[in-house]
Design a protein around this ligand. Sequence first.
Ligand code: DQA
Length: 142
Amino acid sequence: MKILVINGPNLNMLGIREPDHYGRETYADLVAKIQTHCDAKGVEVSFCQSNHEGDLVDEIQGAYGTADGIVINPGAYTHTSVAILDAVKSVGIPTVEVHISKVEEREDFRQVSYVRLACVKTITGHGTDGYLEAIDYLVEGR
Ligand code: DQA
């Protein structure tokens, strides 16, 4: 099984940005943690992070025919991007939406998620463990 983990804008700043919301783990820590988890499960995983909406669309399109599942944290584009929603719909790959913070308890503008409309599951507020839960869901259906 092949899974692509996509992170959107400012997630490269993990460990530095707003630690009260996002914790102290860095993006490199996150990648290492997911890699270890996937190795233990025999899952092939690849990663991308971009601060640019079109690059995220390109990555989703590039997963067509190569990935069996996508884990995506689109960052702030969650709340604005119809293009990312359409890309996930276009490829038809089972996709889990992850947010490190508990978005439902934050500002009103964070209550909207476009990508959620194309996702098989959403995980919020579990810190970086949410990515591991997303992988387990794609691999084991729970
Ligand atoms: C986030 C929540 C978004 O509202 C925010 O813009 C992010 C991170 C999260 O992981 O909790 O960049 O997606």
